[in-house]
Ligand binder design. Structure first.
Ligand code: HAM
Length: 421
């Protein structure tokens, strides 16, 4: 067995071919967010562990079982690799008083870390694009978040379905909680270990159980929908009206409770059955209490995050091509004068916005042409001492049937910029 060091389990390298795809995806996403008026925010990957405990909830899988937490030996602080981005966003918004002049539409992207059992679509380092609308109370914001997702899915050529639920407000959740506890207490014998533990600390989470033995019990449990107060119901109705007006299909799933504690009212997930067990590609909802809970001036908020690995996998299933870049030219050269001119040609091409790979390491024209082919470049720019003396280059298409031509450097640059291959 090799004793070479490998990457950490569940954490993947993104090699150049994949990175091309990621960059193309990110470019689409950046443009989409710009068109909706959202602005990027970047926060650290490490935060104080207490932030996630307070925001996500002590009795959640993420905090109880999945967080990469360690003590900074230099000062004894407990730190955690961020398992998600909402807590950090809210922390930063409070810390920098970003809501002083009204609501903000923010987004972030980057790696998140959860110590889950790795499988297809589930990693220990994964990547999210998150979108947070902070300071907005109305159902129009919830609708905007959902409509913008649907818009992105169209661009990406994918078609996940929308599941929607409302968790109501604090009082209705308390009423529901009491009924749930009474119901589960009456069925203690069916509860699994996790559920027993959560019965008094977080009974709502029992509904989130993936254990098939719990499904029948959960299906018949008291529903929060029946406890909603008028305002929460009106919010949910208005959201649905906006979704219908915008042609967004959805299913109401009263069992959708989400795995993080900060939500109230609207919650939603975009799901697909095309990726096996890990079918949720995007999820979010409203979290009106979180800003105050983390010490900020009370303000409403809503948002979502999507899993980039899962979206790319779904695009692959759907066969959506993502244009990935290739060099415009690979410059081959032999001879001292040719080399000097090749350097000039490379910098002129790059100054004109073209991607030019300058051959390094010498070798015959033949071996350099092999490298040019392998580089996937559209053209070889060939420079011998003859060409150098005439300040010309030979332009050889590396695909298609067009003939090679020998032209002035400036003309070659024009041809490369306008050529369609
Ligand atoms: P979440 O449901 O925990 O929500 O994660 C959002 C998305 O991240 C999931 O739907 C999935 O696509 C992706 N994801 C989560 N865990 C993994 C994993 N282990 N491997 C691959 N992909 C994964 C949140 O994180 C909330 N912060 C969303 C939010 C933003 N709510 C309001 N604002």
């Amino acid at each position: 067995m090799s004793n070479n060091i490998q990457s950490v389990r569940g954490m993947n390298d993104c090699l150049p071919d994949a990175a091309d795809t990621w960059q193309a995806f990110e470019a689409i996403v950046c443009d989409w967010l710009r068109r909706y008026g959202y602005r990027e925010m970047r926060t650290p990957i490490l935060e104080h562990t207490g932030l996630f405990k307070r925001a996500i909830g002590e009795v959640t899988d993420i905090v109880e079982k999945e967080m990469y937490t360690f003590v900074d030996e230099l000062n004894g602080e407990s730190l955690a690799l961020r398992p998600e981005g909402t807590a950090s966003s809210v922390r930063a918004v409070i810390q920098h008083n970003l809501l002083y002049d009204g609501g903000k539409r923010l987004w972030y992207a980057g790696p998140m870390f959860r110590h889950e059992r790795p499988q297809k679509g589930r990693y220990r380092q994964f990547h999210q694009v998150g979108v947070e609308a902070l300071g907005f109370a109305g159902p129009d914001t919830d609708a905007e978040l959902i409509v913008m997702c649907a818009d992105l899915w169209r661009t990406l050529g994918i078609n996940p379905t929308l599941q929607l639920n409302t968790l109501g407000d604090y009082e209705s959740r308390q009423r529901h909680r009491q009924k749930l506890v009474a119901y589960f207490e009456a069925h203690q014998d069916v509860l699994d270990e996790d559920s027993k533990r959560r019965l008094h600390s977080n009974p709502l989470r029992i509904l989130d159980s993936k254990n098939p033995a719990m499904q029948a019990l959960n299906d018949a449990a008291p529903q929060l929908m029946d406890e909603l107060d008028d305002e929460a119901r009106a919010h949910f109705d208005a959201l649905q009206a906006l979704l219908r007006a915008n042609g967004i299909a959805y299913e109401i799933n009263p069992r959708l409770v989400r795995g993080l504690d900060y939500y109230n009212r609207t919650v939603f997930e975009w799901v697909t059955d095309q990726l096996g067990a890990q079918g949720t590609v995007c999820a979010g909802g409203r979290y009106d209490g979180l800003i105050a809970q983390l010490g900020g001036k009370p303000a409403p908020a809503a948002g979502f995050a999507m899993g980039i690995e899962r979206l790319l996998a779904l695009m692959e299933v759907a066969g959506t091509p993502l244009a990935t870049p290739v060099p415009d030219a690979y410059i081959v050269h032999a001879g001292d004068a040719a080399e000097a001119f090749a350097w000039q040609a490379a910098s002129a091409l790059r100054a004109a916005g073209l991607a030019a790979v300058l051959h390094c390491g010498g070798g015959s024209f033949k071996s350099q042409m092999k490298k040019a082919d392998a580089s996937r470049a559209r053209y070889a720019v060939i420079i011998g001492d003859d060409e150098a003396a005439a300040q010309q280059v030979t332009l050889k298409p590396l695909r298609g049937t067009a003939e090679q031509t020998r032209v002035e450097l400036a003309l070659a640059i024009d041809s490369l910029k306008n050529a369609t291959i």
